[in-house]
Design a protein around this ligand. Structure first.
Ligand code: CUA
Length: 173
């Protein structure tokens, strides 16, 4: 009997106006939509996040292999590594050539300030931080010219900082 006395007659319940409930439902739909967007981008569309591939010393990296010989490395089987050094106000090398059908891993670092590396018509878009190597991979099926630009303001001649990836027709190397 004493147990029953502890239970209040009216249990207070969560009350929300109809309009508020609709907003709550809408917010939940949005969260699911955002999660789905991220999942589709990451798993179905192959979006990549440029990771902190490795650490280097920006003062000596340009004298250290493989950075002392920047450019293209043929790994065989249509795969290539490309090493690019960023500095005010140029990319080294300024021109890269690979055959069509290649898979290219871009390793980019900076020896002075923060730069950006965006490769037109691909999903390569990285922040380049001194002391860090940024890496992303792309496949090139279509021959053509793919300009790469610095898209983070790095000084007075920032706008002049660009280069060009040329994908050559015919395949083979
Ligand atoms: Cu380098 Cu802007």
């Amino acid at each position: 009997m004493s147990d029953q006395q502890l239970i209040p007659e009216e249990v207070p319940s969560f009350h929300a106006d109809n309009y508020e409930k609709k907003w709550i439902a809408f917010s939940m739909v949005l969260l699911v939509a955002f999660a789905a967007t991220v999942a589709i981008a990451g798993f179905a569309l192959g979006f990549q996040i440029p990771g902190d591939e490795s650490r280097v010393d920006p003062r000596t990296v340009a004298e250290t292999l493989p950075w002392s010989e920047p450019g293209v490395r043929d790994l065989g089987g249509g795969e290539y590594d490309v090493y690019i050094i960023s500095q005010q106000y140029l990319f080294t090398p300024r021109e890269i050539r690979v055959p069509a059908g290649s898979t290219v891993n871009f390793y980019v670092t900076s020896i002075d300030v923060q730069h950006g590396f965006k490769l037109q018509d691909t999903n390569i878009n990285m922040q380049i931080v001194p002391g860090q190597v940024s890496k992303l991979t792309a496949e090139f099926d279509d021959p053509g010219e793919y300009p790469y630009i610095c898209h983070e303001y790095c000084g007075i001649a920032h706008a002049a900082m660009f280069g060009s990836l040329i994908v050559e027709a015919g395949g083979g190397s």
